[in-house]
Write a protein that binds this ligand. Structure first.
Ligand code: FE2
Ligand code: FE2
Length: 455
């Protein structure tokens, strides 16, 4: 698991930008170029002692490195976002063995405004730079840490992998086959039918390296759980889960420069983004063995409950419950993940936002059900217990939604436990193990929630 700190990330971003600026004016041997590159290679090398690769890039106009997001970037990071976006680079992988020379070639290519992402890739290849590559190949959590992982985690990775392959097939101009997505959805539906809370924790995993797949899978899981909670039948669950997974698939056809553009979009750019529901519906329509109501839900996921959304031409159209479920799940995941110009908010705050949208953008009855399902302390909330321990809510209680199961991760003396302790806060033999006092900000405690949700 990555141990990279925010300070290291900040320093690395600053050095990279300093190098990009200097290479335009000075040769490689000049201290203004050599020094930042040497220090940068040092920092990256240290991180790469702990992990095989480093991921960084831009998601929704926000710079990320590993699990760190720069929602309020400094000037250097903003400049970096601007360079990446201008070239349409959304992600970058740096591998073990990266040298100041490699970084120099990379900085030169980024500095040249004329070089496109494709040319950049080709040039790196031509110059024998194998330690820096555009894009991210590996699914971040697919490593050996999780070999002992449960069936749940395997289902999660399978879903991420399926989404990645579907997106690749579309990008290569093909029509994705639905065999694998139907298989993974079948698994998720079976798990959920046994207990609708089983997969919920996984939907709170936030992985900016794989934002597109991660968001799709999370929306798929949240949609599925809500559909199960309101008592949909097996086919309904299957189609709802599929619709959640595929809802943003149309974004594969949208220019990455616009998708990842930092700052406000122009009216024309926003019009381009607004095309993704219909582009997605068109793709899903062509996929064999997928019910047409899935394509319908993809088309209408931004139409809004009061029809103030898009596509405008579809406003009079009938959309079913699946569509409205996906809209609730999409809003919740986007809010707890990343919003334009603001940091991700806690599950509890996200619920407040959803409640404010109930009856206008979102179906109020579904928002009510969603809130009921997630419980007073939604999964993914970090809480302080009356024992003074810090714990993570991992599961709502199936009967009493105020009383979830939690994983204690920090003991009463403030020490992080090597082995987190799973406890139920429900009444057992007339006693409670502990009671929740209040939610705690994970950033303040420097807790990486995702790793605990997967384990
Ligand atoms: Fe969307
Ligand atoms: Fe979405």
């Amino acid at each position: 698991m990555s141990e990279i700190t925010l300070n290291e990330v900040q320093r690395a971003a600053m050095l990279l930008m300093a190098a990009i600026k200097s290479v335009t004016f000075y040769p490689q041997a000049h201290p203004a170029v050599r020094q930042p590159l040497q220090e940068l290679a040092g920092i990256l090398g240290d991180i790469l002692k702990e992990q095989p690769e480093i991921h960084l890039g831009v998601v929704k106009g926000v710079f990320f490195m590993e699990r760190h997001l720069f929602v309020n970037p400094n000037a250097a990071v903003s400049a970096l976002v601007e360079r990446f976006s201008q070239k349409g680079i959304d992600a970058l992988t740096i591998y073990v063995g990266v040298t100041p020379d490699d970084l120099f070639r990379f900085a030169l290519l980024i500095a040249d405004r004329e070089t496109t992402a494709e040319q950049l890739s080709a040039e790196l290849e031509k110059n024998g730079v194998r330690t820096i590559r555009l894009g991210i190949d590996q699914l971040v959590y697919g490593g050996s840490d999780n070999e002992a992982g449960s069936a749940r985690s395997r289902t999660y990775f399978e879903a991420l992998g399926v989404m990645r392959d579907i997106i690749r097939e579309i990008e290569n101009g093909g029509i994705p086959s639905s065999d694998r997505i139907n298989a993974v959805v079948g698994n998720m539906v079976s798990e959920t039918m046994k207990d609708h809370t089983t997969l919920l924790g996984l939907a709170m995993i936030k992985d900016y390296d794989n934002y597109t797949f991660n968001h799709s899978v999370n929306v798929g899981i949240l949609s599925l759980a809500l559909a199960a909670y309101i008592g949909m039948d097996r086919e309904g669950l299957h189609d709802t889960n599929t619709a959640g997974l595929l809802h943003d698939i149309g974004k594969t056809g949208i220019d990455k420069n616009i998708l990842n553009k930092p700052g406000k979009l122009s009216a024309e750019e926003y019009d381009v983004i607004k095309k993704h529901p219909e582009m997605g519906a068109e793709i899903v329509d062509k996929m064999k063995d997928i019910h047409h109501r899935v394509a319908d839900a993809v088309l209408g996921h931004h139409i809004k409950f009061n029809r103030s959304g898009y596509p405008e031409w579809a406003k009079e159209r009938e959309f079913g419950t699946i569509n409205e479920i996906v809209a609730v799940a999409d809003c919740y995941d986007a809010t707890t993940t990343l919003r334009s110009y603001s940091a991700p908010v806690s599950p509890k705050e996200a619920m407040d936002i959803l409640r404010r949208l109930a009856g206008t953008a979102l179906n109020d009855k579904l928002v009510m059900k969603f809130e009921e399902m997630m419980g007073r302390y939604p999964v993914g909330t970090l809480v302080r217990l009356d024992t003074n321990e810090i714990a993570l809510v991992v599961r709502p209680h199936p009967l009493e939604n105020k009383i979830p199961s939690v994983k204690v991760i920090i003991d009463s003396r403030g020490e992080v436990l090597a082995e987190p302790k799973m406890i139920s806060l429900a009444l057992t033999d007339g006693k409670r193990a502990a009671t929740i006092v209040a939610p705690v900000d994970p950033f303040l405690k420097n807790v990486d929630i995702s790793s605990y949700l997967l384990a």
